[in-house]
Design a protein around this ligand. Structure first.
Ligand SMILES: [Zn+2]
Ligand SMILES: [Zn+2]
Length: 138
């Protein structure tokens, strides 16, 4: 361990639990249609860390992955439906974590809005963060 604080996370039913070592790489609000449909609301808000800083503690068998090969995946708890991870889960060099799953303050704050051209008509952005029509360069 490096002595950095571990940030805990879990799904709604608590069956999936994980912990993350800071620092995070970045955080953003994604307004794309896939994130809207998956979350059932305006955005998915996520923070990214290097995979080596992420540890899944329990519930691996309950995580289902939707949309592989169609862009960023949607990984969720099959019991409670909580949206958990995106990106390339369970693969890839980084883990994209839905920020609503954190049980501790992750420190990082959302830094921008992506796919704002795809947002719902009722989705009004009221902060001053940078807005991007599409995604970010990975
Ligand atoms: Zn759950
Ligand atoms: Zn999205």
């Amino acid at each position: 361990m490096t002595g950095r604080k571990l940030i805990r996370g879990s799904c709604l039913c608590g069956a999936v639990r994980f912990e993350v070592e800071q620092p995070f790489l970045r955080a953003s609000h994604c307004h794309c249609e896939r994130c809207r449909k998956h979350s059932g609301t305006a955005v998915c808000t996520q923070a990214r860390v290097l995979r080596k800083q992420f540890r899944l503690l329990r519930g691996e068998d309950l995580i289902r992955v939707y949309g592989k090969g169609e862009g960023a995946v949607k990984a969720f708890c099959v019991t409670c439906g909580s949206s958990l991870f995106g990106g390339e889960w369970p693969d890839g060099p980084q883990v994209s974590i839905r920020m609503g799953t954190f049980d501790d303050d992750p420190g990082i704050r959302p830094q921008c809005h992506t796919f704002v051209d795809d947002r719902a008509p009722w989705d009004e952005i009221t902060d001053d963060l940078p807005q991007y029509a599409a995604g970010l360069i990975q």
